[in-house]
Every structure is written in C-alpha cells, then in structure tokens.
Design a protein around this ligand. Structure first.
Ligand SMILES: [Zn+2]
Length: 476
C-alpha cells in the first residue's frame, strides 16, 4: 500500500500540473472532457447524489450537464461530465499517516507494505490482540499521527460568502469537528470568505470520515427550515439503527442486508435556526451498541411575509373550532408510515400553472401578528384544469372536507404523503393505486377558498415541508 500511496502522490502532482482531477476519476481512454470538466465512469452502486457529493456539485447540475431524463436509471459504465473537483494544491498532498484497515489486511502485510514492523504498529496503536482488528479500523502508521491533525491528503475548499463550517461539512460529508481538527481551528464561527480549508480525504480523493465502527458512510443534505433532509448511512456489518434529531425519533429504513439505511426527515418550517445534535445508536447482531453524534446546522429558510385581508365571513377560516377537527384527522392520516416505498426519482408538478404562493410564507391576517405559515404551494390554474399525481402511491382520502373542500391525500410510502385541496372534481377513490401522471381531479375553489387554485402539500412523517424541493431534488 505504500507503493500505492507513492504512485498516487506522483499521479496527483501530475494531475495538479495539468489542472485536472485525480486520475482515479478519469479512466476514460483518451476522451477529452471540455475545460473545467472531468469524466466520471459510473461504478456499481453509485447514485447521482453520491457522485455529486464526491465532486462537490449538485444532482441538478449533473442532470442538466448530461441531459439525464431519469436520474434513477444510471447505468454502470455510463460516462458523466462533472465539474472538476476543487483545485488540489501540492501542499495538501502527501502520504497519509493513518490507514483504514481493508478486508484481508494483517499486521504482517501492513508492516511489509509500510516498511515498518508488526511490533511498531501494534505499539503505536496499543494493539494487544491482533485478532481483534476490524475492517475500517484506523491505524496510526507514523510517529505523531494519532490525531486527525496528521492527515495530509485532502481537497482544498475555498469558503464562499454565506458559507458556514456546517455547510462545508455537509457538502463533503465529513464532520465539522474533523474539519476543525484538520485546519487547527478552535472555533466553528471563525471562517472567512476566501479562506482555504483542508478537507481530509483518503488516497482516492474520497473525503475521510471520522465515523465510529460500524459506520462506514454518513451522508446528508443541508438542513433548512421547512425542507426535507435525507440521511444515507452505510454500516460495515448488519446493524439496527435508532436515532433522534430535533427532539423526534428518526424513522430508519434499512435494506434486507441491514447495511444500507435511509432516513427522511422533515424540518418544521417554524423550527428555531440553530445547531442541533443528531444522535444515532447502532446495535449489532450480538447486541453490541455504538453511539454516534453529529452536530447539524438548521439554517433559516428565508421565507417571506405576506399580509392577507379576510372579510368577516371568511374569518372563520381561522376559527379553531371549525378547522381543528379536520386538521387533526388529516394530521393523523399523514403520520402513518407505510414500509413500502412507491415514490422514486424526482416528483412531477401536480399542475401546469404558475406558482402564486410558495410554501413557508409567514402570513398575517387583517394586520395581526405573524401567526401562521402557508403550509403548501399554490398554483394559479383555471377551474377544471387537470391535477396530476406527482409520484406513484395509494390514495388514502378522496372526499369533500369542510375547510379543504374536495380533497385527495396520496400515501407514497415511507411516511411521505401529498395533499390536494379545493378541487372541483375528484377522479380517484380511497384505496386506488395511482401512477405518476394519473389525473386525480380538477382544479376548483371548493371548501374555504378565496378563488380557483390548487393548494399542494407534502408531509414527511407528519411534518409539512416544501413540496417543490421534491420536484428539484431526488430522494432515495
Ligand atoms: Zn395555499
């Protein structure tokens, strides 16, 4: 492995001088990507999200650059144009001083490859029983390399305006603490625009994690008020995960082998922007447990204020004795978690019309305090216009409600529900399975509505979040 590191060292230097990305990403036999671009060959198990994270870009950029029509259908071996990763400077490149154990590694093999002795590795890492080594275990290989400060490979990230340590950490899927350590920073709020941060990475350019065993990968998108966060977690062994975030239990969906896990979490639009601790407990097959914590910044959603004037007879829109029983019924319905997942890829738009009011707008009624938020997205469609299912699912409600009017609720599985209010006609029945693009009803002004429009809502395990995010970002 020493040979591999040394070879990589020279390759990286060569690449840096060519102004291109590490060769690990560009095994493409002579094809010349356009300036500022790299060709990525899709590997088994990779997703656009994963590739975007690896190169510090977004799924949307990859979809646009490559004209991808179905982001869920990536083929192994497919070539993608991606913006070149952040410039790697010579000073950030070197031989790693720590090494993560791979399957098949032994102390004897490592000693031979790193030009040291088994005893030296054992002593430096306080190993008393080599049989207890585990895959992923991080061993110090050089003097003084016990801390993350010794990590000498990585990307250089230039801090942009408005970027916090937590944004940078989320972007590279490393912890804020690891970035602090690697850059010898004491305070998370000491970043400045243009600052060069070392993002610790392994010999293949993959950002390092400081995850405890059995966690192998932990990825999440930036958290914001009223937005959906997806956590993708890989464990080295079959594991049960339980966790909490912002005072709520996490609902974890694990695959059959229980090594890949997904969590979808809705951040309340009225949550206080702050740093919250995400806690997760991994339980292995023998009952052994490992706690994992990560500090996560929940940023302000930047929602606008809107003032609405209601006439006296419309004011009962706000009368809790009228609205509450119906709201409770809907809330109960959308808090169910169906283990089967019907959605996949980007959601479509439910209506071919301009958006007139966005999710999250703070609403004042008749000059009162900001006491309400707009919990959905409004489309200014003509009465009678078709309303489409934006994703597959099972209709769980299709009836006339007193406040929401002619309403449809679709269960997309995994605790994801969408709601459609104030429609003119209902074209589906409770219990029917719908596919993306099916017409579920038509636009109207039924119930307590001030004019024809479609009001669209999306719930993540009972929490109302911005539905338009799901039309721009694909969730697993
Ligand atoms: Zn609305």
């Amino acid at each position: 492995m020493r040979i591999q590191f040394l070879r990589l060292f020279s390759l990286l230097v060569l690449c840096a001088s060519l102004g291109s990305a590490p060769l690990a990403h560009a095994q493409d036999g002579g094809e010349k990507p356009p300036a500022g671009m790299t060709i990525h060959v899709v590997q088994r198990g990779e997703t656009l999200f994963r590739i975007a994270q690896r190169y510090g870009t977004t799924v949307e950029d990859l979809v646009q650059t490559n004209g991808i029509s179905n982001p869920a259908a990536l083929a192994v071996g497919q070539r993608l144009l991606v913006p070149s990763p952040p410039t790697t400077s010579d000073e950030a490149i070197g031989i790693p001083t720590t090494y993560a154990l791979q399957p098949g590694d032994t102390l004897f093999k490592l000693a031979a490859e790193f030009g040291t002795t088994e005893a030296a590795i054992a002593q430096r890492n306080r190993i008393t029983n080599p049989r207890l080594l585990y895959v992923g275990q991080r061993l110090a290989l050089q003097e003084g390399s016990e801390s993350a400060e010794g990590i000498k490979t990585g990307w250089i990230h230039h801090v942009a305006a408005g970027e916090t340590l937590y944004h940078v950490a989320a972007r590279y899927s490393v912890s804020a603490d690891l970035i602090l350590l690697a850059n010898r920073l004491r305070r998370p709020d000491s970043l400045y625009v243009g600052q060069r941060l070392v993002i610790p990475a392994d010999e293949n350019g993959v950002p390092l994690t400081d995850l405890p065993y059995p966690f192998a990968r932990f990825e999440m998108n930036a958290a914001e008020q009223g937005r959906t966060i997806a956590l993708r977690i890989v464990t080295l062994t079959p594991t049960r995960l339980d966790g909490t975030f912002m005072g709520k239990p996490l609902t974890v969906f694990s695959d059959d082998s229980r090594v890949t896990h997904t969590v979808l979490f809705g951040v309340d639009a009225l949550a206080q922007p702050n740093i919250y601790t995400l806690r997760m407990v991994a339980t292995g097959e023998a009952g052994e447990q490992q706690l994992f914590e990560r500090r996560v910044l929940v940023a302000d959603g930047g929602y606008r204020n809107e003032s609405i004037t209601l006439s006296a007879n419309q004011l009962d829109l706000l009368n809790p004795s009228i609205t509450e029983p119906e709201t409770l019924r809907v809330a109960q319905m959308v808090s169910a978690v169906t283990p089967q997942r019907y959605f996949g890829g980007l959601m479509g738009l439910p209506c071919a019309a301009p958006v007139t009011s966005h999710f999250g707008t703070r609403r004042t009624y008749n000059g009162g305090a900001l006491n309400n938020i707009h919990a959905g997205t409004d489309f200014a469609a003509m009465p009678g216009a078709a309303v489409f299912a934006p994703a597959a699912g099972v209709v769980v409600l299709s009836e006339t409600l007193s406040v929401r009017g002619n309403a449809v609720i679709i269960d997309h599985g995994w605790g994801i529900f969408t709601g459609y209010w104030h429609m003119e006609t209902l074209n589906v029945r409770a219990g029917s399975l719908v596919q993306v693009g099916d017409v579920i009803g038509t636009v109207g002004s039924s119930g307590r509505s001030t004019g024809p429009h479609l009001h669209w809502e999306l719930f993540v395990q009972g929490v109302q979040v911005d539905p338009l995010q799901w039309t721009k970002q694909s969730f697993p």
